[in-house]
Ligand binder design. Structure first.
Ligand SMILES: Nc1ncnc2c1ncn2[C@@H]1O[C@H](COP(=O)(O)OP(=O)(O)O)[C@@H](O)[C@H]1O
Ligand SMILES: [Mg+2]
Length: 357
């Protein structure tokens, strides 16, 4: 098969994957014959294939389906970030290299990273503290450097790559009257969205979060444990962030809030506003602001609302995995926690500021 050279964003059919990998030079025909090329479907939300040659991981191929609307990521965003990485060392330090690909533009191919996900789901309370401190040590500096190195994209009059142009995350628009209509219309999630529109704390909280949103630099906008890979090479511990499909110009506090609230330590059954979580958030905030040179209190003021908004987003995502019309206790528990966070915003902010000063 000769992959199409056009820009049409059509997903790649499974039968075309190996021929395309060969014609794009990701693997050679000789390797396919002599070493053995293995392609495995590892996709959940996308078509996602891992490619290894002679048992050695080489690449990941992600093929985007047709867009379902405003809440979707895009191949164009991933490609735009990879293009910035070619010019900016602080971006390249966090982003896996893209392999050349002239085939269907709905596809991105990244170099396989020999890392492991940043969190083990089975970690118990004691281990979690050590895992968190290790993650903070690895990620705070490169993430702050990355944010700093892309501030020009948000400067007045800047023209960021169109795929990365500023737009707050869709969840912040939910209560502002201008959310993309398909979000309200999705049958699967009407229980969650119905609850949001009926709960004044959630509505006001989301509106407040939207109100404090600032475009300051490039952000990843989907940080969670499986998008953060821990690498240990030659005794040096590092980190790589994958899955840049949601990247955009926006508020760096959104990335910090995501790390603080979306790791499993604050997943179902945990209290995201406990003293322990606040302490861990402060640990990240202080390591991050030391390098980013953003004032810690200003970032701290935006974190509680953003953490609560991430919980709303998790609730909706949780609900969307359930059969329509089933009551989803997980989603309503997450919404309860979000409402609590919004209602205690000022108190949580004060605790954070106290913990970092
Ligand atoms: N370059 C890579 N190196 C190593 N693992 C990867 C790479 N790209 C993707 N993966 C693996 O595939 C999974 C899904 O890829 P990701 O880009 O995060 O897609 P999704 O949007 O479906 O989360 C990741 O969680 C990771 O385990
Ligand atoms: Mg991912």
């Amino acid at each position: 098969m000769e992959p199409s050279r056009g820009v049409a964003a059509e997903p790649l059919a499974p039968r075309d994957v190996i021929p395309a990998l060969i014609s794009e030079g990701v693997v050679t025909a000789e390797e396919a014959v002599t070493s053995g090329v293995m392609v495995q479907d590892v996709g959940r939300s996308h078509q996602m294939y891992s490619v290894s040659v002679g048992g050695v991981p080489r690449a990941y191929l992600k093929s985007f389906g047709p867009s379902r609307g405003a809440s979707d990521g895009s191949a164009a965003k991933e490609r735009a970030v990879a293009a910035l990485a070619a010019e900016r060392p602080a971006v390249a330090a966090l982003v896996p290299r893209h392999l050349p690909w002239r085939g269907p533009q709905a596809v991105v191919v990244t170099e396989a990273q020999p890392g492991r996900a940043a969190w083990a789901d089975e970690a118990d309370g004691g281990e979690q503290g050590a895992l968190w401190s290790d993650l903070v040590r690895r990620i705070a500096k490169p993430l702050a450097d990355f944010h700093r190195a892309t501030r020009d994209l948000a400067a007045p009059g800047a023209r960021p790559p169109p795929a990365l142009a500023a737009k707050p995350p869709w969840v912040l628009a939910l209560a502002s009257g201008d959310a993309a209509p398909e979000i309200w219309q999705t049958q699967h999630i009407t229980r969650a969205t119905g609850r949001i529109s009926a709960d004044p704390w959630l509505c006001q909280g989301l509106r407040a979060a939207r109100g404090i949103w600032r475009d300051m630099c490039l952000i990843h906008a989907d940080l969670k444990h499986d998008n953060v890979l821990l690498l240990d090479r030659d005794g040096v511990s590092g980190v790589v962030i994958i899955d840049w499909e949601m990247a955009r110009v926006g508020d760096p506090a959104w990335d910090i809030a995501a790390l603080a609230v979306r790791l499993p330590m604050t997943a179902l059954g945990e209290d995201p506003w406990s003293e322990r979580t606040i302490e861990r958030t402060a640990e990240l905030l202080s390591a991050y602001t030391e390098v980013s040179r953003l004032p810690a209190p200003a970032v701290a003021k935006r974190l509680p609302a953003y953490m609560a908004a991430w919980l709303v987003m998790s609730a909706i995502q949780h609900q969307s995995t359930q059969a329509p019309d089933t009551s989803d206790d997980g989603a309503s528990e997450l919404l309860d926690k979000a409402a609590l966070g919004f209602s205690r915003r000022e108190q949580i902010t004060r605790s954070l500021i106290r913990a970092v000063s």
